[in-house]
Design a protein around this ligand. Structure first.
Ligand code: HEC
Length: 123
């Protein structure tokens, strides 16, 4: 399954699917493919993600977002996260996050994991 995580956007990505994810599998994906840049409780190379579900895009004070993300009026939900993870720069041209997840079920797992973490969680 993890072999399907590629560092390039898939033109055939099926963003927007409503697959229900598995948070335990999502945690493994997060640790292997997101934690190099993101932590749950603090900003690193990428903004903190512990409370990302339901948060406005580009809204963490003090994190230097791209204009692309900062100007977005969108809120992170299962649908918007799915589009983002399928291809960040395709979803929001100019976005600086360079990885994407081609497999819809794997995206759903990561989203389920993020969704299971409220704002106060630490790693
Ligand atoms: C190579 C580093 C890197 C990796 C790996 C990475 N990200 Fe990111 N991520 C970023 C950067 C940088 C941004 C800010 C992008 C911008 O400002 O355009 C970001 C932004 C985000 C945002 C928007 C947050 C907000 O505050 O609006 C989400 C959601 C996100 N990443 C999820 C993930 C997930 C889930 C993974 C693992 C599948 C992941 N990222 C892997 C670097 C990374």
């Amino acid at each position: 399954m993890l072999a399907s995580l590629l560092p390039v956007a898939s033109p055939a990505g099926q963003a927007g699917s409503s697959v229900t994810g598995n948070p335990a599998r999502g945690q493994t994906v997060f640790e292997q493919h997101c934690s190099g840049c993101h932590a749950l409780g603090e900003n690193r190379f990428g903004p903190r993600l512990g409370d990302v579900y339901g948060r406005r895009a580009g809204s963490i004070p003090g994190f230097r977002y791209s204009q692309a993300l900062q100007r977005q009026p969108l809120t992170w939900s299962a649908a918007t996260l799915d589009h983002w993870l399928a291809g960040p720069a395709r979803f929001l041209p100019g976005a600086r996050m360079t990885i994407s997840i081609n497999d819809a079920a794997t995206r759903a797992d990561v989203i389920a994991y993020l969704r299971s973490h409220p704002a106060s969680d630490q790693e």
